[in-house]
Design a protein around this ligand. Structure first.
Ligand SMILES: O=C(CO)COP(=O)(O)O
Length: 262
């Protein structure tokens, strides 16, 4: 089973729509210069909602190989939900991916696994791919409970998804203690949990489903550490925060096969 690696840049609450266009253009030029093959490594940017229309316009106009997505979505289809954005709206803008249940949404907006499951369903129904985030905090890691904790998040988020739906999802394992801290998990740490997630998917569904799902690692990924993490069997890409805000650095992450061992 070959899974196409995915490098997704989560910009979080950074860059207005002018800056977004400039960054996407620079990323596109950098990858074009390197003759990047998007079939070999998929590259996605995940900007704030207000940037998406501008990103769509430039990606379409310049026929870029880069795809894009959103950082969150409403669980509801439409109606009186002030401030919310529906999956249909994102799909209409050409989004390929929607990040669901990022630890910052769990922490600051009280999102739980059941809500994350409903959001994933809404995204799938609209024909897009949810990137379902999971991962433990420092206290859980210190107690050595990272596998059980993360698998419980997976159980909760996938409770109402059938195998056909599950197959179309992407998972991002992001240990909270490694996010924005410069503290990157070791490749072995990443593999331990990503491998356990795949084994759990095989239990919940079947091996074929488990093998189809791409599992990304996230947390202080940089061009200097991505290759060793990508070398692990169950790591199929990265969800990149800070380093995705610099075109050359993010392009270098997407080109990780060139600096294996760096
Ligand atoms: O949260 C992350 C991506 O979603 C990781 O952020 P950093 O790469 O800045 O640690």
């Amino acid at each position: 089973m070959t899974r196409t690696p995915l490098m997704a840049g989560n910009w979080k609450m950074n860059l207005d729509h002018y800056e977004a266009v400039a960054l996407v253009q620079k990323l596109d030029w950098t990858l074009k210069d390197a003759k990047h093959d998007y079939e070999t490594v998929e590259v996605a940017v995940i900007p704030p909602f207000t940037d998406i229309r501008s990103v769509q316009t430039i990606v379409d106009a310049d026929k870029m190989g880069i795809v894009f997505g959103a950082q969150d979505v409403s669980e509801h289809e439409s109606g009186a939900y002030t401030g919310e954005i529906s999956a249909a709206m994102l799909s209409r803008l050409g989004c390929t991916y929607v990040v669901i249940g990022h630890s910052e949404r769990r922490q600051y907006h009280g999102e739980d696994d059941a809500l994350i499951g409903r959001k994933a369903k809404a995204v799938l129904k609209a024909g897009m791919t949810p990137i379902i985030c999971c991962g433990e905090g420092l206290d859980v890691r210190k107690e050595g409970r990272q596998v059980d904790y993360t698998l419980a998040q997976i159980d909760g988020a996938y409770a109402d998804l059938d195998a056909d739906e599950a197959k179309k999802t992407v998972i991002a394992y992001e240990p909270v203690w490694a996010i924005g801290t410069g503290e990157v998990a070791t490749p072995e740490d990443a593999q331990e949990v990503c491998g356990a997630i795949r084994a759990r998917l095989a239990e919940l569904y079947d091996q074929e489903t488990a093998d189809a799902v791409r599992i990304l690692y996230g947390g202080s990924v940089k061009s200097s550490n991505v290759a060793e993490i990508m070398a692990k069997d169950d790591v199929d890409g990265a969800l990149v925060g800070g380093a995705s805000l610099k075109a050359e650095e993010f392009a270098a992450i997407a080109r990780f096969t060139e600096h294996a061992g760096a």
